[in-house]
Structures are given as structure tokens and as C-alpha cells.
Design a protein around this ligand. Sequence first.
Ligand code: SAM
Length: 271
Amino acid sequence: MNKIYIIPTPIGNLEDITFRAITTLKNVDCILAEDTRKSKKLLNHYNISTKIISYHQHNEHQKLMKIIENIKSGINYAIISDAGTPSISDPGFLLVRECVKNDILVETLPGPTALIPALVNSGLASDRFVFEGFLPKKKIDRERILLEISKNEKTTILYESPKRLIKLLKELLEFCGGDREIMVARELTKKFEEHVGNNINNVIEFFKDKEIIGEITIVIKGIKKRDFNPNKSIIKKDLNYLIDAGLSLSAASKYLAKKNGLKKSEVYNLI
Ligand code: SAM
């Protein structure tokens, strides 16, 4: 049967792996791993001696079609990433998409991922949430998503590297205000796991003079619609972007008014 297995692996604590994940990794013909050296530690821990080859964001385009051909000819693969679930801010998506296109069965095992324990542990609403992963680097795209987060009624989850945490917190302060509730989960499942809250001001205060190390997931409370207070300086920035991009003042104001629940004249008057 043509099939690929997507196998989540621990995000810190080596014991967070299912029996089925271990059996599957032992039984497939080949494991695709983001970093073979890192994954060998896990595989050795569980006496898994299956052949392992590298599959990461820099070679996935090049290897993709060969892997698809091999699966069709009967080779069984499992894919793992350095930590957590492949395809969640990690390689895997392209391969799964190509398998689906080629009628290859995809079997994704449930298992570790950082966003779920961070969300559940935060105490923030977990019935409706948005996972944004890492924010884009390009300023215009980044600000567009920050604006969305500022207005989002659902809980938002973000990934960030420790060295960029303060920069991101300051951006969240600008877009959401210091009172917005957040919870920063650091080093989930590891010895020094910690959860720092409860609003943006407090979290900045907590981290600002520290050397921040380890892995970070951020959970941000959604707003109640009636509490949304549009940030005029951000709308003004947006207005300038749209005008720079060639829209007339009237069209840009109309668009932003609709988007922010304001009157067109209120937006118009910002410039
Ligand atoms: N595929 C992974 C998953 O399923 O969660 C995510 C991989 S992504 C490249 C790595 C990011 O996930 C980190 O920068 C951090 O934001 C988050 N992360 C991974 N492990 C974590 C941990 N133990 N504690 C907190 N966040 C973690």
C-alpha cells in the first residue's frame, strides 16, 4: 500500500512519544528527518535502527518527486522534524500536498506539538483559537497580522525565537496595548518549563533585563468585540501604506473605516 507516515516527536521530554510512533519508525523502510544528527539521539534512545535521510527546507523541493516515485514503487517512509509535528512550522507540508495529489495515503499520528500545551496551560479560551506560527519578517506583512491580532476575538498563538521575544512583545504592546492578557510558555515539557503572564506590560517587565534562552510559545487573549478600541496611529500608518500603494485617500479611508468599524470621515481626518 502506498503510504507515508507523519510522526510527531517530543518537544523536549524524550518520553513524550507514543508506542505507535516508535513501532512505526521501526517498521518503515526509511525515515526522512529534518536534522539527521538531532533525530539520531531520539532514535538511539528507542533502539530504532531504520535508515534515516535528511529532508529539510533547503532540499525538500529537490527531493520531493524522487520520494513520491519511491513511495509509488513500494518504499515506506515516515517523516519526522527536529521536534513536534512535521508540517507545523516545520518541513512536511509540501510532501503531504504532493502525496494527496498522487493518491498516496497519508497517515498522521497524533502527538507532540508546542502550540497545544501552551494554549491549554495558558488558561485563555481554548474553544476558538488561531495559530499564526512565526510572524512574517517583512514589515508590511508583519504589521498586517499584528493588526489582525489586535482585533481578533479568538485566542492567538505565536511561535518566536528567544532572541526576538522582546522585539515581538514591544510590537504587541504597540498594537494591542499593555493590558492585553498574554501567557508566554518557555521550555515546555523541559526541566525549566515556565509560564509567564498575565499581561503584555508584566511580561515585558519580567523578561526585559534577562538573558532569554530556550523555546518560546506566546498565547494572546482574544478581545471582546465591544472592547475593541481602534489604535489611531496604526490606522494612520495603514492609510499611508495604502496611499503609497496608489489608492486614493477616499478609497483608502473607506476601506479602513469598514475594516476598523469607524466612520469614513474619522479615518479621513487622521491624515
Ligand atoms: N513542529 C513544531 C511543533 O509542532 O510545535 C514547531 C517547530 S518550530 C521550528 C519551533 C518553534 O516551536 C520554537 O521556536 C517555539 O516557538 C516552539 N516550540 C518548540 N518547542 C517548544 C517548547 N518546548 N516550549 C515552547 N515552545 C516550543
